[in-house]
Write a protein that binds this ligand. Sequence first.
Ligand SMILES: O[C@H]1[C@H](O)[C@@H](O)[C@H](O)[C@@H](O)[C@H]1O
Length: 633
Amino acid sequence: MSTTSSRSQDEYSLKYMSGHMGRSRQKAGDDGEQSLIGPPSSTGGDLLDQNASKPCFVYMLALFSGLGGFLFGYDTGVVSGAMLLLKKEMNLSALWQELLVSSTVWAAAFSALAGGSLNGWLGRRVCILLASFIFTIGGITLSLAPDKVVLLVGRVIVGLGIGIASMTVPVYIAEVSPPHLRGQLVTINNLFITGGQFIATVIDGVFSYMSHDGWRYMLGLSVVPAVLQFCGFLFLPESPRWLLQKGRSQEARHALSRIRGGQNVDEEYDSIRSSIEDEEKESGGGGIVILRMLKYGPTRRALFVGCGLQMFQQLSGVNTVMYYSATILQMAGVRDIKRAIWLSSATSATNFVFTMFGVWLVERVGRRKLTLGSLLGTGLSLTVLAFGFLMSAQYSPPITLHPVDPQNLTCTLYGSCESCMLDPDCGFCYRENGTAVYDSSCVPVSAASTDHAAWGSCYNQTGQELPDSSLWAYNYCPTPYSWIVLLGLILYLAFFAPGMGPMPWTINSEIYPMWARSTGNACSAGVNWICNALVSLTFLHIAQMLTYYGAFFLYSGLVVLGLLFVQGCLPETKGMQLEDVDHLFTGPLCSCGASAPPTDSSNVQYTRNPTETSPAQYGAVGSDRAIAFITLR
Ligand SMILES: O[C@H]1[C@H](O)[C@@H](O)[C@H](O)[C@@H](O)[C@H]1O
């Protein structure tokens, strides 16, 4: 294998094009070489005619597919606001709240893994139809749920839809896009995810005023985009690559020509077909795909990189930052819960807006630089965030009153707000004069709601401003350093959203050969969802063990590991034809960083040596949820 790798690197030649898109291009083929980058133009021989290949149809496909991303974002984001109303109306215990939140994530992990076989068997289009059908059934079940058991069933159904959509949509978009637009179009899916999270917080805000049945609208409104996507996909084509792999060549040619807006697709079609055939032969034919992937060097390495990226995306703590933003806002002085919900939509909006930069940057700077820059910024912002928490802990207000606890809990024994707030059973009750805190005590939180204490001057059923001006802080401490934390939060999202948010999904959609693409994406999406569940579920325990600043320092340490991983292992895939990407993984594990194409690949054409027949021989878990989270404690 290694001989093949080194040989193949040499056999892959870079051919510099004389100009950018639309300028004079050379027709590869006169010299016997076959160009593999760039789609064919209407004249059939010009594969780099990028201007000619911007058919609106591809954008429409990406937008309709992106509705799957929107539903992923909406359904994961909406639950926290819904939970605030549900727990009151259905009298949910902490266990039930936790079940309703996490069941979706676990179901998504399961269905993302299972989605690999479904994708290979039924195709991308049918899987997207299936996901939107599941979303519809899930939304209807949730909005009509008579009790918590049916709610749980609805949340599991929705999770099954999210898992399938999360792994299928990027693959579908990547397979129908021309190479020079692929990164941008797949990244648009992430824009839909963060857009879904943002809209979910707005819908939560709007319906939070409707104390009776408001949650039915919050959870049920997802049916609208789901039905829209289902109807749209009834008329949209299957991925030509999948059709070709299944031997349905006539349909594949027809679909490709439809997607390319009626252009002549002969050359692109032939190139894809021969590459898929070669890949199949090279990988050694039939058998269980995951075993074949693990046995075959390039796919084993690609799988390692793909799963690693997804793991580091979640280990960088994005979803805890999102969950925790409401608390951060409370620390910064926002005490009204409704206002916190509204401001948490500002957090999701930040995530959404900065994802747009990702869409803009991905084809300009490439995946690798974008991911590296994003990780660097994410690590630094986590350090700022941790430092803010450290300062708040260092100057945590002392406890001055120790009332006798009728329930005999440990709360009244704590000496400072910091240790009090780290105990999920206790909260901090105090009065304020300017920024000075006085008459402070640590008392048990009410079993019915974390909005007030179980007894004492911070006991108030309504959770509104307390009559004798005592203030109640659950899960946070009043601090003059909240601005550092707030700064860290904004910086974090600004750096995470354009790179580490979308790139793991984008890169995974393009690094596997056709025969391994469904399985590779299923595994990496499964890793994403499992790590999402683990990080979210362990956050509060880690914070209790290491304090909040310790937890965020831990995440920044993990980001440093991620940085080393990306630096060493992630090759650049920008501008390459999907069928060519696996040559980047033929070198030894984690030597890919070194082999990243050094130039702007829009000016570079990869050409295949005519003597070669096989490509493998070439070389080379919103801020909204914070509220649910807080209430779960
Ligand atoms: O890429 C997405 C996205 O950026 C979201 O904001 C995050 O909540 C998801 O976990 C992640 O997979």
